[in-house]
Ligand binder design. Sequence first.
Ligand code: XBP
Ligand code: MG
Length: 254
Amino acid sequence: MAKLEALIFDVDGTLADTERDGHRVAFNLAFDEARLDWQWSVDCYGKLLSVTGGKERIKHFIDTYDPDFRRPFDLDGMIAGLHKSKTKHYVRMLHDGAIPLRPGVERLLLEARAAGMRMAIATTTTPQNVNALVHSTLPPGALEWFEVIGAGDIVPEKKPAPDIYQWVLEQMGLSADAVIAFEDSENGVRSAVDAGIDRVLVTVNPYTVEQDFSGASVVLDTLGEGSAPAQAIAGSAPNGGVVDLAYLQSLVGA
Ligand code: XBP
Ligand code: MG
C-alpha cells in the first residue's frame, strides 16, 4: 500500500469560497476605481471562471465581452495595474474577515499538523491572497504549516496546465503517487492529474458543482464536520462523514 506523505491544497473554492463574494467583488471595485463601466455579475463571473488567473480573466473579458473597448498602447500594463488594485481590495476584504474557511478545512489542517503530515499549496491565485486568507482565518504562524506555497506567476502556465503541481512536487522532492490533491474545479483536477497525481479529492461549490470531475478519486460537498457530515457526489464518503487522515490514507492505498 502506498504511504500518504503529503496533502496539497488548492486555495480558491477549496480552502474557502472566495470567488463570488471575494474576488468578483474586488474586481468590480478595481473597475470602479479605474472609472471603467465593467461590472461582473454573479452569473457572468461564473462563465469567466473558465479562465484561470485574474489578469488572464480580464484580458479574456475584454476580448469576449467588450471587443470594441479602446485598448491603450500598453494593454498588458493597464491590466497589470487593474489587477494590482483588485489584489489590494481583495486583501483588505479578507483582513476585514469577509471570507471564512470551508467546513472541515481547519479541522483537517489541525489533524494533519498534529500528525506531522507534510502540507503544501498549489494555486493560481496571487501569493498575497494566500497570505491574507491564511492570516485572516487560521492561528498566528499558520503560513508555516505549508512547507511549499506554489502560487500565481511562479510557473509559466496556470491551471489547467500541470505546471504548478509539478513545481510543488519538485520543491518537496515527492513523487506524485505519495500525495493527495484537494481541488474544487475541473481545471484544478486536470492540472493535478496531468502532473501525475491520481488521487484528487474534490469538494464542489456552487460555481463548480456541474463540472466534469471524471479524473477525481472522490467528489464530496465538503470535508465534513461532526455536526454537518460530508455527502458524496461521486465515490464513497468517509464513514462518519468526516474527511480525516485515515480516510485519505485509504484513498491512496486503494
Ligand atoms: C483561482 C483562480 C484565481 C482567482 C483570482 O485559483 O483562478 O485566478 O480566481 O485570483 P485556484 P488572482 O482555484 O487555483 O486557487 O486574481 O490573484 O489570479
Ligand atoms: Mg480552485
